[in-house]
Design a protein around this ligand. Sequence first.
Ligand SMILES: [Zn+2]
Length: 137
Amino acid sequence: MKGGIIIDEKLAMRLYERFPKLYRDRKRPPSDSLMCFGFMVSGNGWFDLILGLSEDLERVSPDTVAFEVKEKYALLCFYVNGATAEGFKAIRAAEEKSATVCEECGKPGGVREHDKWYYTRCDECWEKLLDGKQSAE
Ligand SMILES: [Zn+2]
C-alpha cells in the first residue's frame, strides 16, 4: 500500500489560496477537470517542487490553468491548458526534477522499482515502504 493518495489537505489549500487562477478548475466537475481530485501524489515531499513550479508559471505563463496533477511512474505529471512555451519548459523541468526528490518527505532520492511499481524515494522512506510491504504479505 502507498501512503496517502493525495498531498496533505492543508498544503493543498495553501497552493489553492496562493494560486487561485492556476488551480481555479478544482471546483469543476471531473468531466471538465481532474483538478477536483487534488494533488494525486502519495506524500508531501513534492510540495516545494509544486510550489516552485506554480510560482514559475505565474511569472512566465500567467494564463496557465492546471487540470490534473499526479504521480505517474514515480514522476510528477502536471497537466495544464493555456501554457506558453516557457511555461511548458518550467513544467518539464519540475517533472524531471521530481525523479530526484523523495515523494514522501522531500529529501534527495531516486526512482526505485518494487514488484513492477515505480517509486521515487529517499533511502529511509524506501526502507519503510519495503517493510510495510513485507508485513502486509
Ligand atoms: Zn523520504
